[in-house]
Design a binder for this molecule. Sequence first.
Ligand SMILES: [Zn+2]
Length: 147
Amino acid sequence: MDYPEILCRGLLKRCPRCGESKLFHRWFTIVLRCPTCAHYFERDAGYWSGAIALNGLVTGGLFMALLAAVLSVTWPHVPTIPLFIMAVIFNVGFSLFFFPFSKTIWAAIDYALHPLEPDEVEESYELVHLKEQMLVKHGDADSRDID
Ligand SMILES: [Zn+2]
């Protein structure tokens, strides 16, 4: 298993298994299964709690670095109100921006540390095979995503 490649796929909002990039319907909505390899993302109940924790850690870590920089420049006359406004805007804005990345990074970490079970491999193989049969039968490649 190529761990750096899997992590890079997560950082680029791609499927950790095959590298497919079209995983989000909108900024916040990830597909249930990868449209290419049929990898099922939500592998367990509460699966995305890891992505939420990752988002909080990255956002909080960056904010602490930003706060330390502002405090080191402005101490002892810290602009409290502008700093508070900046804190709210940064923490809300960055966590919303980072939301899809946190999901694919978490999926990549999980895929690297928790390899697919045989039944997961078999299920995705069957779905990909079924999709290919439907495409051959109907000749419509774009309207039949695996969801
Ligand atoms: Zn995939």
